[in-house]
Design a protein around this ligand. Structure first.
Ligand code: MG
Length: 358
C-alpha cells in the first residue's frame, strides 16, 4: 500500500442550533477533514473531536497537533498504518484509517454497504434533544420530533422535563443521556436517577463516569444502562459487561478509532446480546455518512442518534444527507465510505490547510 499524500483541513461551521449537553455548549463546530491519495485513489475521513476536552480527552487543537506532528509523518515514513509509534488519540487515528479505507473502496469501485453486505435502505433515527433551561423548550423539541427521542440531562435539568415529556407522550420511545454528570456519592444525584427510573425510559445513557459505578447502579434500577464515553474498545466493553454495567452500547465510530473499529464493536455487541446503536458527534457529512451506514449492521438493535444535514447545518460540506418523511436517513450511494466534500463549500469553511507528501 502506498499513501502518496495527506492533506489536513481545519474547518469551522456554524451550527443552526446550539448543542447543549452536560459537557458544554457548542454553537460552532470545528472539525478536521483528512484527505489521502492512496495508490492514485482519493479518500476522506473526519476527526470530529470537540473544541474542548470535555467529552473524552481528545479535543480539536490537540487532534490537529497529533495528526500534524506524529500520525501523518509516521504514516508517510512507514507506509504501514500505526505499526508502533503514537498511542491513543482514536479520533485522529480513525480519521486517517477511514480516509485510507475510503480510498481503497473507491479504488475498487465498491461502497461501504456493499463491502459489508448490507442493503441501502433508509436508516431509522432517534432525535437528540439538547438541554434547555425551560421545560416548555424541551417539550416543544420532543413534539416536533418524528419518532424516538433521547433527551440530554444533567443534575437539576432531569426529572421535571422528563416527567413532563412522559406525561405528554406516554407511549413515545424516550431515553436520557447524562454524559457522566451524576456522581455516585452525591445523594441528590442518586435520588434523581431513581426518579428517572420510574419513567419507563428505553435506556439511561452514561449516568455516572467510568464503568464500575454504573454496574453498581444497574443492580438498583430497572432502566437499562447504556455506556458511551469510557467504551473505546472491545476490551473496555468486555470489562463493562463483566461488571453488569452494559445493557446498551453507544458506538461512536470516531470515539473508538474509525469505521473498522466500530464494526468490530457492533459485531461484539451482537455476539454478546448487548443492544447497540451508532451515536453521533455532530460530524459533517464526511463522517456522518459512514457512521449512518453502520447503523444498518445487524448488531445495531436501536435507532442511531445521527440526523440529516439540515438538523445541524444550513449547508453541509458534502451533498446534504436527507431524511425521508418518516425521519429515516437516505444514504449516499456510490463507491467509498460516503460522499467527498464539495470543493466550493470546503473552501468556504476551511480556516487552515496542510499538505504532506511522501
Ligand atoms: Mg452519550
Amino acid at each position: 500500500m502506498t499513501v502518496e499524500s495527506v492533506e489536513l483541513f481545519r474547518v469551522r461551521m456554524p451550527l443552526r442550533h446550539p448543542h447543549r449537553a452536560a459537557h458544554g455548549t457548542e454553537d460552532e463546530r470545528a472539525s478536521i477533514l483528512v484527505h489521502v491519495v492512496w495508490n492514485g485513489s482519493d479518500g476522506w475521513g473526519e476527526c470530529p473531536a470537540l473544541a474542548r476536552p470535555t467529552y473524552t480527552a481528545e479535543y480539536h487543537d490537540g487532534a490537529w497537533a497529533v495528526l500534524r506532528d506524529h500520525l501523518v509523518p509516521e504514516l508517510l515514513a512507514r507506509s504501514a498504518l500505526f505499526a508502533g509509534g503514537t498511542v491513543g488519540h482514536p479520533m485522529a487515528r480513525g480519521a486517517l484509517s477511514d480516509a485510507i479505507w475510503d480510498a481503497q473502496l473507491r479504488g475498487g469501485d465498491e461502497s461501504l454497504l456493499g463491502y459489508l453486505g448490507l442493503d441501502a435502505v433508509p436508516v431509522p433515527t432517534t432525535t437528540v434533544v439538547s438541554l434547555a433551561d425551560s421545560v416548555d423548550t424541551v417539550l416543544a423539541a420532543v413534539t416536533a420530533a418524528p419518532g424516538p427521542v433521547k433527551v440530554k440531562v444533567e443534575p437539576g435539568h432531569d426529572v421535571e422535563p422528563l416527567r413532563a415529556i412522559r406525561d405528554a407522550f406516554p407511549d413515545r420511545s424516550l431515553a436520557a443521556d447524562a454524559n457522566a454528570s451524576y456522581q455516585p456519592d452525591r445523594e441528590s444525584h442518586v435520588r434523581a436517577l431513581e426518579a428517572l427510573d420510574e419513567l419507563g425510559l428505553r435506556y439511561l445513557e452514561q449516568p455516572h463516569p467510568g464503568i464500575v459505578a454504573n454496574g453498581q447502579l444497574a443492580t438498583r434500577l430497572r432502566t437499562p444502562i447504556c455506556l458511551d464515553e469510557p467504551i473505546d474498545s472491545v476490551d473496555a466493553a468486555s470489562l463493562a459487561l463483566s461488571v453488569g454495567a452494559l445493557a446498551v452500547l453507544n458506538v461512536k465510530p470516531a470515539r473508538v478509532g474509525g469505521v473498522g473499529a466500530a464494526v468490530e464493536l457492533v459485531r461484539w455487541a451482537l455476539t454478546h446480546e448487548v443492544d447497540a446503536f451508532i451515536g453521533g458527534m455532530i460530524e459533517t457529512g464526511v463522517g456522518r455518512a459512514s457512521a449512518a451506514a453502520l447503523a444498518l449492521l445487524p448488531g445495531c438493535t436501536l435507532p442511531t442518534d445521527l440526523g440529516p444535514s439540515a438538523r445541524y447545518w444550513d449547508r453541509d460540506v458534502t451533498p446534504a444527507i436527507i431524511a425521508d418523511a418518516a425521519g429515516c436517513l437516505v444514504l449516499p450511494t456510490g463507491p467509498g465510505l460516503g460522499s467527498p466534500p464539495e470543493p466550493d463549500r470546503l473552501a468556504e469553511v476551511t480556516v487552515e490547510r496542510l499538505t504532506f507528501r511522501r
